[in-house]
Write a protein that binds this ligand. Structure first.
Ligand SMILES: Cc1ncc(COP(=O)(O)O)c(C=O)c1O
Length: 375
């Protein structure tokens, strides 16, 4: 049997990692500013993380949601504390798409409506409703096509007001990334998020904050949506939550009342997943990683502003987009193959930095020097 060939691959096999560094099978060191697509939040193989997972695996790795798993309540308590949402409720699942799927479903159960507002440039995952809310027709299969999604221009308050004025009573939810990732690191403006909040309040619609990529401290706040000073009804999380262990969740405002069977999953919230997510939060808290993301991110952005050839620099904390002109489309490859630095990208030509939140200033400088040479 061979693999179903859906991923364009770099000819590199990563064999080992530590902090923000990884090594390939030939022993070549790389600086990792991609974090396996925003997943590595506390650095590779953090000793506390490895220990906690190993200890848990030696006790029990998995049992289903048919029994009590106190690790889940411990995780909910710590997440409530670190995210500043003590009064919210946690539902655990396995991936970002699944988190969004559950958030949208919850919203529809809540107000019994069907229409969802999503935005141009959005990416919310590849499962049925999540992909329908994703602005990329190429990955939406005919079976996922629905009349229920209204795509509006990003950060356009007038268009949002008009959509609510026209069909406010039918609108179930508004789903938005605090910073669009796949869409090219585009920050949702504070006033736009405030407008979403007030229109959702006015029309009893649900504000869903997709924090799968921009969340978990990456922006310099736990949820990047929180820069706006208003709270969402539901926050969706994945990627950085388990530092590579597949764990995801939704943080749900108190007004939503659960009933048995309303949501569910086999793997979500298993012992190992909770141990991984607890280890991540403990390290984020102990090592003040959100503050570090804000500090090193601000340093990187201010240094990058001095580079003449860059067209635009966008983002917050350690979620940074470097918009390059067409003729510099070789930069990502040169960084990887000549300077051994992993970065991400967004189309058409945006370099996407998504490193671990404990990235050091020294590693940031190593990147800046390499970028200077490549440009
Ligand atoms: C903002 C956002 N939402 C949802 C997803 C989907 O997450 P997953 O790939 O874990 O299903 C992604 C993945 O890149 C994402 O960036």
């Amino acid at each position: 049997m061979k693999l179903f060939d859906v991923y364009p691959l770099n000819p590199i096999e990563i064999a080992r990692g530590e902090g923000s560094l990884v090594w390939d099978s030939k022993g070549q060191e790389y600086l990792d500013l991609y974090g396996g697509h925003a997943v590595i939040s506390i650095g590779h193989t953090h000793p506390h993380y490895v220990q906690r997972l190993t200890d848990q695996l030696n006790k029990i790795g998995f049992y289903s949601n048919s029994i009590e798993i106190p690790l889940q309540s411990q995780l909910a308590a710590l997440l409530g504390q670190v995210s500043g949402k003590d009064d919210y409720q946690l539902f655990l699942c396995n991936s970002g798409a699944e988190a969004n799927e559950n958030a949208l479903k919850l919203a529809s159960f809540y107000n019994e409506r069907k229409k969802i507002i999503a935005f141009k440039g959005a990416f919310h995952g590849r499962t049925s409703l999540a992909v329908s809310c994703t602005d990329n027709p190429r990955i939406v299969a005919p079976v996922n096509k629905t009349e229920n999604i209204i795509f509006l221009p990003h950060n356009d308050e007038a268009a949002l007001e008009k959509a609510f004025a026209e069909s406010g009573d039918e609108i179930c939810a508004v789903i938005i990334e605090g910073i669009q990732g796949v869409g090219g690191i585009r920050v949702a403006s504070e006033s736009f998020l405030q407008k979403i909040r007030s229109l959702c309040d006015q029309y009893n619609a649900v504000y869903i904050a997709d924090s799968v990529q921009c969340g978990y401290g990456r922006s310099g706040k736990f949820y990047s949506h929180d820069f706006s000073g208003v709270e969402a009804d539901v926050y969706t999380m994945a990627k950085g939550m388990g530092n590579g262990f597949p764990v995801a969740g939704i943080s749900i405002a108190p007004k939503f009342k659960p009933w048995h069977g309303m949501l569910g999953t086999t793997f979500g919230g298993n012992h190992l997943a909770c141990a991984a997510a607890l280890a991540v939060l403990e390290i984020i808290q102990q090592d003040k990683l959100i503050e570090n993301a804000a500090r090193v991110g601000a340093y990187l952005m201010s240094e990058l502003r001095g580079f003449e050839k860059i067209r635009d620099i966008r983002g917050r904390g350690l979620m940074i987009g470097i918009d390059l002109p067409e003729e510099l489309s070789h930069v990502k490859k040169d960084l990887l193959f000549k300077h051994h630095i992993f970065t991400g990208e967004s189309k058409p030509n945006v370099l996407r930095l998504l490193p671990a939140l404990n990235l050091t200033k020294e590693h940031a400088d190593r990147f800046l020097e390499a970028l200077k040479k490549v440009l």
